[in-house]
Design a protein around this ligand. Structure first.
Ligand SMILES: Cc1cc2nc3c(=O)[nH]c(=O)nc-3n(C[C@H](O)[C@H](O)[C@H](O)COP(=O)(O)O)c2cc1C
Ligand code: SF4
Length: 631
């Protein structure tokens, strides 16, 4: 990636590719940055002009996304993943080593404009960290030797796309599979099964009859098949795997029942592949190894809810998956599994497009994701209305996690009864866990719901385990006395992260890292979260520096109450979870850092004024203050 100024030709080509559509602004900006390394003021002017958008809107979008830059950030931008698991694997030493080798300071661009080194939130490679992104391309398993090789490549000014492929080799690490990871379904199997369904007595037939007015003349068996598919999804008791656990069949039904425009087909299917929760990487593996299953699930959803267009929202950190996934989509189009009249079913038209994110955790929240899909800043919307009625471009939209769509495809193939026979009474099917941290075999584990934490620890080779962080920073931290608890919606609900900490770890440090994560990722839209996450970070920094008091610990509780009551989205609601969980279970690790007396302000006013006092020759703090008072 050259740090260059835009040529009118480049910009024109990108704009043409996106039909000069303002809702493609994020994709256009990403592509321009991929060519030039940054987005120059002239590009911003031209984009605003050509897309008929206020300049401030274009600047606002660039400013929102951490992977977009309105200033040069170096020809090579090296971003270390800074999740707690990367830290446990020594990323801080490696950052220092690399900065020393390149003669630069962390967070700054080298004087010749060649390179910068900084950190980013979790890159989804916790099973093979420490990891980094080099101009957006993921590099796992960093060591000093691998960094030496990277320094050589940077100094030779070789484009990242020409660096040795071996550097970018990412493993799937599937350790334990069950129905989903083990399935041997051929592309199209689930769709054929869905299309072949015949009318069943009961609600599906009745519902189909009600639809007759808008599809007059089509035999009832065809009317019935999408509804029968919907019934199977409902019967399966499948619940969303992205965190909230909403019942998938009900979501699809609500979307299908919402008015879909003049043709009643203007609905959207959106796959949430943002996977930003630190410690979660199962969607990465599903996208790599089960993309056909995912696309099959999305197509099945389109069939059931009567939609024409789908989007896969792929997190920016998984940029390297874009071309392989597009190739699979292309293959599916050629096999008539996407496009017009899919598998010969008249009127069953559906296609999928991939949108790349640009590095913001909050964009995983479904309404923020939709904003981002529309080319805007990823700020969560007010809800209601919900995306099922007012989603992408204010049309009915079903948003589901990658794993949910994969599971839906299996339901389409084997039926709802089969699926709900797996797992527990309240949690049907299987759950894929992303296991990382202190264990011999980090990687991907799929179990029927109901598996105990102890079983997973045994399987992954964890020893002397002190704690497990379930479902990432926004989830729950449990200690050894709770290892018989079960992974299930009725006990430990999880989006998938399973981070293991052994007895050598200090759980304060874990919570400290997570407090920084939330403060960094708060989108800043609402004051309670913007200020609250910053205050939490400042309090944890203060405790880490040995200046904390019992008063500060009590304040965290108060902060949590405020965030729960007044934050706009789930990020703010969960920001205090790791601190409160570790405080409850591992309080001594906080207390041994505290000062004995009661209160010390987090902001040192006297210290902050010291420079001004020195500059004005008024060195004595007391004298200074009394002078101020007197005058
Ligand atoms: C801050 C935040 C981040 C989220 N990130 C993700 C994510 O990366 N992937 C995901 O599937 N869901 C994420 N969610 C949940 C989504 O809002 C939504 O519930 C989910 O995509 C619905 O899919 P499901 O029903 O299949 O679970 C996030 C929610 C919040 C509040
Ligand atoms: S709670 Fe935080 S992340 Fe969510 S909208 Fe408010 S500021 Fe943004």
């Amino acid at each position: 990636m050259e740090q260059s100024n835009p040529s009118p030709g480049d910009l024109n080509e990108v704009l043409e590719r996106h039909g000069r559509d303002p809702s493609r602004l994020l994709q256009v900006l990403r592509e321009i940055q991929e060519i030039h390394g940054w987005i120059a003021p002239e590009s911003i002017d031209r984009l605003a002009d050509e897309l008929n958008l206020p300049r401030a809107r274009v600047e606002g979008v660039i400013g929102f996304y951490s992977f977009l830059h309105a200033e040069p950030v170096g020809q090579y931008r090296l971003l270390f993943s800074d999740n707690i698991t990367d830290r446990m694997l020594g990323n801080q030493d490696l950052i220092e080593y690399l900065c020393n080798k390149l003669w630069l300071e962390r967070g700054h661009v080298s004087e010749d404009g060649l390179v910068s080194v900084d950190t980013t939130s979790c890159t989804g490679l916790c099973d093979q960290g420490p990891a980094m992104l080099a101009n957006g391309w993921a590099i796992p398993r960093l060591t000093r030797e691998r960094l030496d090789a990277i320094v050589e490549l940077v100094l030779q000014k070789l484009p990242v796309t020409l660096w040795p492929a071996e550097l970018f080799m990412i493993e799937d690490n599937i350790r334990h599979s069950h129905i989903l990871l083990a399935n041997a379904m051929q592309p199209g199997d689930a769709l054929r099964a869905a299309i072949a369904q015949v009318c069943v007595p009961g609600s599906a037939v009745e519902a189909a009859a009600n639809e007759r007015s808008w599809r007059e003349g089509i035999p009832s068996v065809e009317l019935c098949a999408p509804l029968a598919t919907l019934e199977e999804i409902k019967r399966s008791n499948l619940r969303g795997r992205g965190g909230a656990g909403f019942t998938t069949g009900l979501k699809w039904e609500a979307c299908r029942n919402a008015p879909g425009g003049e043709d009643n087909r203007t609905r959207y299917v959106v796959c949430n592949a943002d996977e930003g929760e630190p410690g979660t990487f199962k969607d990465r593996v599903l996208l790599t190894t089960k993309a056909d299953l995912l696309f099959e699930g999305m197509t099945l959803c389109a069939y059931a809810i009567n939609a024409k267009q789908g989007f896969l929202y792929l997190r920016g950190e998984y940029r390297y998956l874009l071309e392989p996934l597009n190739a699979i989509l292309q293959r599916r189009r050629a096999a008539n599994l996407l496009g017009a009249d899919i598998l010969g079913q008249a009127g069953f038209d559906f296609d999928i497009e991939i949108h790349l994110g640009a590095g913001d955790y909050v964009c995983g929240e479904e309404s923020a994701l939709i904003e981002s899909l529309e080319g805007k800043r990823g700020i969560p919307r007010n809800r209601p209305p919900y995306p099922v009625t007012h989603g992408y471009l204010q049309r009915p939209t079903t948003v589901n996690n990658v794993e949910t769509f994969c599971a839906a495809a299996l339901v389409g193939l084997h039926g709802g009864d089969w699926y709900r026979g797996i797992g527990t009474a309240k949690s049907a099917g299987t759950k894929i866990l992303s296991v990382s941290g202190d264990c011999a075999r980090p990687g991907i584990y799929e179990y029927p719901f109901g598996v105990s934490v102890r079983q997973v620890l045994e399987d992954c080779g964890a020893e002397n385990t002190l704690a497990v962080q379930i479902s990432g920073p926004s989830g729950v931290c449990i200690g050894a006395d709770e290892f018989d608890r079960r992974i299930a919606f009725e006990d430990l609900a999880t989006a998938g992260a399973f981070m293991v900490f052994d007895e050598s770890r200090d759980m304060f440090e874990v919570a400290h890292n997570f407090a920084h994560f939330f403060a960094h990722e708060s989108c800043g839209f609402c004051t309670p979260c913007r200020v609250g996450t910053a205050m939490l970070q400042a309090t944890m920094d203060k405790i880490a520096a040995g200046h904390g008091t019992q008063y500060d610990l009590a304040e965290i509780d108060q902060l949590n109450r405020i965030l729960l009551q007044s934050a706009h989205c789930g990020l703010g609601h969960t920001a205090c979870n790791p601190t409160l969980d570790t405080l409850k279970r591992f309080r001594p690790t906080y207390e041994r850092r505290l000062k004995s007396h009661d209160f010390e302000p987090a902001f040192d006013l006297d210290g902050a004024l010291a420079t001004a006092r020195r500059m004005t020759g008024r060195d004595d703090a007391g004298a200074h203050l009394s002078t101020e008072t007197e005058s």
